[in-house]
Write a protein that binds this ligand. Structure first.
Ligand code: PLP
Length: 336
């Protein structure tokens, strides 16, 4: 089976298993796990922030960020197809009493400064007030679009004019960094916080990082406890995360494989796939997406239905170039 449903399906390699089994540990809720502390220091450095916090999942990282930046009753500005709004079980409302004000970011999911000014709500006796701007990079549902540093700066500057901070949902931040050949820290120049996943293209089994200023991370630490994310001897799962930080450059292979995959699929009758910017390929199918996914699964390729006629395929470190060639052949056979 060639599993292209997501870049989360990767299994830890030997080096990660070895790191886990030999990790020094302590009680991380007391900040006493040396492995977690090392991961947090290295992650902060990797994104050019003062401090970072290890969290079990990207979802929790985003939710802690929202809770930490914004007050109950505030609004969060986000792109209409963003993860934080669509795929986190309404956590903003359920956990923090925040309502989202979605912005249509067009085909690439880019929030413009004009859109920020337009959507901003000033807190009055009648209106909620805008508490946070969230920018997703890469933009998952738009097909792994890499939002540029200039685009982020422009939106964040607009938010800043209203004293609204900016959080980057960078689940795949390093994919954007590699695709744009721009350091992650540069992409975050005007961001107040960022979440990135260790467990996607970087290949770790568990975990995400939430980074920002020291003061932000201190408050986020308390909210992590509130959301049930305080872990004890977490060094065992954090150790592979340290290994994962070395996998950034490898993401370029996933991007090359995604381009090969998209070109191969686009050449098949009944399929349209635009050249991807990163590791996510969106395919428009003549058949209903669910039927297409079932048909290719029968040939040994797994993908995710992403819309009525849209299917997502992700490349990752458990599939190499030859798997991609095979996947294209199998899809062709499935549609024959
Ligand atoms: C995967 C993802 C998340 C959430 O990460 P989990 O670790 O699966 O909770 C958040 N945002 C985006 C854009 C993602 O793709």
């Amino acid at each position: 089976m060639i599993d292209l449903r997501s870049d989360t399906v990767t299994r830890p390699d030997e080096a990660m298993r070895e790191a886990a089994s030999t990790a020094a540990v302590g009680d991380d809720v007391y900040d006493e796990d040396p492995t977690v502390n090392e991961l947090e220091a290295r992650a902060a450095e990797a994104v050019g922030m003062q401090a970072a916090l290890y969290v079990p999942t990207g979802t929790m990282g985003n939710q802690i960020a929202a809770r930490t930046h914004a007050d109950r009753g505030d609004e969060l500005l986000c792109e209409r197809d963003s993860h934080i709004y669509n795929w986190e079980v309404g956590g903003l409302a359920q956990l923090s009493g925040i309502q989202a004000r979605p912005i249509d970011g067009g085909a690439r999911g880019v929030i413009t400064p004009a859109a920020v000014h337009d959507a901003y709500v000033e807190r009055t006796d009648h209106r909620p007030g805008t508490g946070l701007l969230a920018i997703e990079n890469t933009h998952n549902q738009k097909g792994g679009i890499a939002i540029t540093a200039d685009e982020i700066d422009a939106a964040a500057a607009a938010a800043d004019e209203h004293d609204v901070p900016t959080h980057v949902d960078g689940a795949r931040l390093f994919n954007a960094s590699v695709a744009l050949d721009t350091p992650a820290s540069r992409l975050l120049d005007s961001a107040d916080s960022v979440m990135f996943c260790l467990s996607k293209g970087l290949g770790a089994p568990v975990g995400s990082m939430l980074a920002g200023s020291e003061a932000f991370v201190e408050r986020a630490h308390r909210n992590r406890k509130l959301f049930g994310g305080g872990m004890r001897q977490a060094g065992l799962v954090a150790a592979p995360g340290i290994e994962a930080l070395d996998n950034v450059d490898r993401l370029a292979e996933d991007h090359a494989n995604a381009r090969t995959l998209a070109a191969g699929l686009d050449a098949i009758d009944g399929l349209v796939a635009a050249p991807p910017e990163t590791n996510i390929v969106l395919v428009e199918t003549d058949d209903p997406a669910e039927a297409f996914v079932e048909a290719i699964a029968a040939e040994g390729v797994r993908a995710s239905a992403f819309g009525e006629h849209t299917v997502r395929l992700c490349t990752h470190w458990d599939v190499d170039e030859s798997n991609i060639e095979q996947a294209i052949e199998r899809v062709e056979r499935a549609l024959d």
